[in-house]
Design a protein around this ligand. Structure first.
Ligand SMILES: Cc1ncc(CN)c(N)n1
Length: 227
């Protein structure tokens, strides 16, 4: 079988992603025991995270060197804005939170750090930097959804969450990100591959910090004057 860059990446990120499955927030989603106030914090923080995440796909389309790559980024952008964020809007509606309120959320310190890192790296490099920045996000949520789906209770409040991230539709989005990464790294020198691998490892670390931030309902560490 052909060598795939994503196989090499998997070896690096698997231990980090396994730790997500042990994280109390992710376990709480899987078992249905997660405190709903913590989930509301995820909904809001994740919504504004996804707004910036969408900008990365738009940037990928702009940086693409061929029409096929441009189209893949456009499809991924559509997947976030219309499919994934609809999950957030539907759960929010159950809590009486409007889409406008979700959109007006102030990003926490970790949300800001994570999206700023991806936007910085993606703006600086070529289109392969964008593909590396977005990869862990899509692929790791699909990994979590697929890991949880067989063990979740039938009456779990979070089943829509699990079903979306484990769905064929979302698996296809994750697959598109992986294929793009493999296509854009074909024939690249080791020095470039190491740099791209580092982006995927760092975004995987940020994913862990994001789970921790929502578990602890963190915003900013010090109360600010006037709030
Ligand atoms: C923080 C985060 N990472 C990944 C995903 C999946 N797109 C998400 N919704 N939020």
């Amino acid at each position: 079988m052909d060598y795939l860059f994503t196989d090499r990446l998997w070896k690096r990120v698997e231990p980090i992603w396994q730790s997500y499955l042990e994280h109390p927030f992710v376990k709480g989603i899987g078992e249905g025991s997660l405190n709903q106030e913590k989930f509301k914090h995820w909904l809001k923080q994740d919504y504004v995270y996804l707004i910036d995440y969408s900008r990365l796909f738009a940037l990928g389309s702009a940086k693409a060197e061929d029409l096929e790559t441009m189209t893949v980024f456009a499809k991924l952008l559509h997947g976030v804005l219309d499919t994934e964020m609809e999950l957030h809007r539907n759960y929010a509606a159950e809590f009486g939170i409007t889409a406008e309120e979700l959109e007006a959320t102030e990003p926490s310190a970790i949300t800001t750090a994570y999206t700023s890192y991806m936007l910085n790296v993606s703006q600086r490099g070529g289109v392969e930097n964008v593909a590396a920045s977005v990869l862990a996000c899509e692929w790791s949520y699909n990994f979590i959804g697929r890991s949880l789906i067989d063990r979740t209770p039938a009456d779990n409040f979070y089943n829509s969450w699990i079903n979306l991230y484990a769905s064929d539709e979302f698996s296809d989005l994750a697959e598109k990100c992986k294929k793009l990464m493999n296509k854009l790294t074909a024939g690249k020198p080791e020095e470039d591959l190491r740099r791209l691998e580092d982006i995927v490892v760092k975004t995987s670390q940020f994913e862990y910090l994001f789970w921790d931030m929502v578990e602890k309902k963190e915003e900013w560490p010090v109360n600010r004057i006037g709030r």
